[in-house]
Design a protein around this ligand. Sequence first.
Ligand code: ADP
Ligand code: MG
Length: 694
Amino acid sequence: MLNNISTKQLFNSIENIKGIGPKTLKLFEKLCGLKIIDLLLTIPRDFKKRKYLETISDDYLKKEIAIKIEVNKHLPQFNPKMPYKIICKNHNNEIEIIFFRGYIKYLKKILPVGKEKIICGILTKLKNKYQIIHPESISDIEELPFLHGSLSVYSLTRGLTMSLYRKTISQALKLLVDVPDWINKEVIKQNNWKPWKETIELIHNPKNLEINKIKNIQDRLAFDEALSHYIKLLVTKKKLTKNICHKIEVNNDIKEYIKSKINFELTDSQKKVIKEIEEDINKNNPMLRLLQGDVGSGKTIVALITLANIIKTNMQGALMVPTEILGLQHYNYFKNLFKDLNIKIVLITSKIKKKEKELIFKNIENGDAKIIIGTHAVFQKNVVFKNLSYVIIDEQHRFGVHQKFQLSAKGCNPHILVMTATPIPRTLALTMYGNMNVSKITELPSNRKKINTVAVESKNISKIIKSLENIVNNQLNAFWICPLIDESEKLDLTAATKRFEKLKKYFSNKVGIIHGKMDIEEKKNVINKFKKKEINILVSTTIIEVGIDIPDATVIIIEESNRFGLAQLHQLRGRVGRSDKESSCILLFKEKNLNEFSRKRINTIKNNADGFNIAEEDLKLRGFGEILGTRQSGYQLFKIIDPLKDTLLMENAFDYAKNLFENRKKLKKEEKDKINLFLKIYNQSSTLKYISIA
Ligand code: ADP
Ligand code: MG
């Protein structure tokens, strides 16, 4: 029934559509993806109605129109501040096309005298003359069919015009095929949804522009999108937890040993999550657990204690970190704690020297290395583990889902713990993890004091600099953060270097600098000096944003704080207030650089200490895409769903997915085929294999 040939065309490249060459293909790829189906699933962001007028008349003033004109002449422009006018004719009427800013050469090219064109825009009239000011589009006559009626408005990118986009969509729609529906008939009926093919046709060319009608069409597609996403999550989870793995027994001796080495009592919350994790890893099926705890709540020690259970066994454990310097910190911390125990702990980063690397890889392969700490470099093919049984991923939001699974593929189904300081609201948690188990550290160590957060205009910077004398005199630490400029490390560096030079004038050798371009030895050196207070003030780019733990750091100054996101500011502030000392966070800003959003962010940080509240605000300000880590991948997770608004729909889709998944063994072949096609359409086909063998 589902004959492959009939659906195959949906998965062809957009390039197969007439008029799309490699250049345009790139633009489409940027907007929606490479395949025809990707294009079809990229839905309009708005709709409008536009009337084609054979002859202009006053009845259409202030309305959106399309009109055929012939260009009569371009009026010379004597003063560039004056509008540029092009006189045209529509039957017996004269109409002026007006540009307040215009690139005249270009306008002469697209509106050559004597030529007929279709102009779209809002019709106005001044002193008895018809006008269209800044027309929305100027097109050739042949494009008329795409320029009037109910029009879908798509998000565009530079170089791609709306009319080309519409033409391409209308070609793609011709390739749509009827597919048997994968959603239960009852559900379709209850929601008053249409079959899939019709839904896609209607979303691009709706017959009725009533908001409710459009929303209903969108909902069907949003449901599909959510459903496919959740099926994938459930399948992946199943894959990860399917096979027998190594049971890790709790080793109380080592736990007592560690406790004797640390100078604090674990909080009740820490004890609780350790217990939850240890119960999980002591089983034959792999753990998949999320550990959530605000910045500074003490996740590292939880990782360390639970990981330590493997050191007297023949197993290996890995701790993944997003940055080299966090790797270095964890490495030193672990090494120091275990120094009497004769355990091999290794650190892998992309910057270690070849010879050293070879030795480390060998140690990992022959099992000598017990605990492996590393950055993305651990994902390399030539890192082969002897017996990887437990993987912890620190600051998980910095890694793609893809990478997490790559690493787990290296072990024989290791237990996986992902740790994050980013508190996750319910819909987001559901979206990211499906029903992943969650442990939460709900309290900070009791010795913590509130961090005093203030926003200060940069013109008062000299006072701030002066106040740092305290830090130097009292042998404490302060961070000075220079902002990310255009995501460019090079520019970051210039800003940081400049600040460093300036501060040196006041504090001479008590100031240091650290940034991403330094090699690991240099970084190590600076951090050591900072810890030992040979340096008291450390100028840094955002590379210290996550995880860095310097208990005596009591001040953090964030320059141009308006440039940072909320999550970033919260993380950065979390670099201080990690002991019983009073600490403060100073947000510098220039009044002229503030806009509505940056003002809100700065206020939110000033008024909230709790990461959960901040995350909720962040979600409101930024939306989901960003938070889910699209920053790294460049792709949006969802095309249709708006997780902030479609909460109920998503929860329904989750229940539907769960039900389907739990009953997958009972599905008939025909049913399975439908779902396979569905997953393929929604680009989740990596799950296919599993569904079909289930
Ligand atoms: P995060 O959760 O942000 O990763 P860390 O694990 O780096 O936090 O811990 C922050 C600091 O708090 C570290 O210096 C750590 O030694 C300390 N710490 C952890 N647990 C406790 C505790 N129960 N009591 C006091 N200090 C603690
Ligand atoms: Mg941490």
